[in-house]
Unconditional design. Structure first.
Length: 319
């Protein structure tokens, strides 16, 4: 398991920013917004193995706030280099042991810092080869992750594309009356991994998972109310804070009305004008703001290998 020791080693081994030969020249880096897309920009000229200046990191953070996802092309990193690069942008996400997430270890209850996202047995067979519906990572925890970086190492010949959805645009597209109604609501997203444990240990947490928890149904796992509409801590823009599949519940809201409202919002979130679909290439790193986006994956053939690695960054309590 990756541990704090590995993060310390990654920082220890990282190139030193004060040595000119190891420092990335900020003038080499170009950020180009994706033309005609709902979100995203491509970062050209950056080598994630090199030390980065304060000018570069500040610029990248500003670009992420503006574009919500950044795509770094043609990278070649080992785990420590990937971890060191990710740590420029924040602390590593470490949930408590009583809030399981993807790749949580059986002994400690926490995930590794670098999570293999793969269908390759022995390299992190966590997500299989099927469809993953639009979601925000760690939404059921008290302090969900701020963002994640996903690095493509092996890719299938067919399928496996990842899509991101701009939940700021989805909120802003609603009429003012609906916005005002939603602004005052709180939503509980229940932990799908706890639900999976209650489904006789089946890995597919979508099996027998309700879309909405009615008040006469048992509560499975911890419940953490968060705003249905959250505010981005940097830009101040509002976004819908809702995934499209796992079990949720509006706080102090009528069951039937709440179930219908959530269903309507989920349909709204999936409109094509809020979506960007990414066709992966080996060496891509996609860095996304988990606070104001959803992401999904299309299925791919079971007999084709897909290996990506993910580092998630710590966030704060949604407001």
């Amino acid at each position: 398991m990756t541990s704090l020791t590995q993060l310390s080693q990654a920082i220890h081994d990282a190139p030193l920013w004060h040595i000119e030969a190891q420092l990335q020249n900020p003038e080499d880096i170009k950020i180009v917004p994706l033309d005609g897309e709902a979100l995203g920009a491509v970062v050209y000229g950056l080598d994630a193995r090199k030390a980065q200046s304060g000018v570069t990191i500040h610029r990248l953070k500003q670009a992420l706030t503006e574009h919500l996802i950044l795509i770094f092309k043609k990278q070649s990193l080992d785990d420590l280099q990937f971890l060191a690069f990710a740590s420029y942008f924040g602390a590593i996400f470490r949930p408590s042991a009583d809030n399981p997430v993807l790749a949580s270890a059986d002994d400690t209850g926490t995930p590794p810092d670098v999570v293999p996202v793969s269908n390759a047995v022995g390299q992190g067979d966590y997500t299989g080869h099927g469809e993953l519906t639009p979601h925000a990572d760690h939404q059921w925890t008290p302090t969900p992750s701020f963002g994640s970086l996903l690095y493509a190492i092996e890719l299938p010949q067919d399928g496996g594309k990842t899509s991101w959805f701009n939940t700021i645009k989805a909120y802003e597209a609603l009429d003012e009356k609906t916005q005002q109604h939603l602004d005052g609501l709180q939503l509980i997203t229940y932990n799908p991994f706890v639900r999976a444990q209650s489904n006789n240990g089946q890995r597919n947490y979508s099996i027998n998972t309700p879309y909405y928890r009615f008040k006469d149904q048992p509560i499975i796992g911890h419940a953490y109310p968060h705003p249905l509409v959250r505010t981005h801590p940097e830009s101040g823009r509002k976004a819908l804070w809702l995934n499209t599949r796992s079990e949720v519940e509006l706080v102090n809201y009528d069951d039937q009305a709440g179930s219908q409202l959530i269903a309507d919002l989920r349909e709204h979130l999936l409109k094509p004008e809020f979506k960007y679909e990414h066709a992966w290439e080996v060496g891509d790193i996609v860095f996304w703001d988990n606070q104001v986006t959803l992401h999904s994956r299309e299925p791919f053939p079971e007999n084709q290998r897909r290996l990506l690695k993910r580092v998630s960054l710590a966030g704060g309590r949604p407001f």
